[in-house]
Ligand binder design. Sequence first.
Ligand code: ATR
Length: 270
Amino acid sequence: MGNPVDHSKSPWIHARFAELTGEPVEYGKRLIGLDEFPPAVRAFVAEGGKGCNITVPFKFQAAALVTRRSARAALAEACNILTFRDGEILGDNTDGIGFVADVERNAGVPLAGRDVLLLGAGGASAGVLGPVLEARPARVVVANRTLAKAQALVQRHAALAQSLGLQLEASGLDSVAGRFDLVVNGTASSLSGGGVPVVARVLQPGALAYDMMYGPAAEGFLQWAREHGAQGRDGLGMLVEQAAEAFLIWRGVRPPSPQVLAELRRELAG
Ligand code: ATR
């Protein structure tokens, strides 16, 4: 469920997961009117829907609607997956673990001990920060155009960071100190034609520069990464891995996500 959903790849991804695992899954997409999210969820439950993914702009509303939510969804204050069971609406967020899985397993960059710069403090960044911290990097800086939003996001995660013994800081975009092994673009800058929101000196030589978007929206950031000696990666793997985690929650079976990611890249390139 989302608005817009026209270009969503999720039905394609879940159809492949179902085929490859032999699980009986029927997964479609629904365009929901901007003021119609809660009744749309109730209607879907009444029709016998077992669960759904939630995309822009309803992830925050979803978190408010659920009867129970996971710890990571509570930290993110957003849900990308709902499961309907025993009269309850269970909310979770698989964006962050999907992101970490793509970075660590698919890109081959373990986060433990690394310095991470997260650009942006909106929904995309909020969705990944908790699982990034749980992967035990050495230092995480959240940098945002509006410093107060970065500070609020950091504050919400301060207890988790402290319990893990990690350094977590907020910064403005133009005052980021140091260099980073992983620079993650979670801003919507490319959508507003704003370009890359940070200076290239934040990149450690050979750093991974990751844009949570994919397709044309990620192109500027990836080109910037290449021009400055970094390895660029778009968010297509995160999309497939968050779907794989959702599939696992619903069906109890882990689908072969690297295979499906490779197939989806070929599909989009063709
Ligand atoms: P999403 O759910 O996609 O994260 P969002 O919650 O509206 O969307 O957040 C958008 C993020 O992109 C914010 O961090 C925003 O910065 P502000 O908090 O200062 O608004 C950031 N952003 C959007 N346009 C930007 C630009 N041109 N330069 C830098 N950051 C930008």
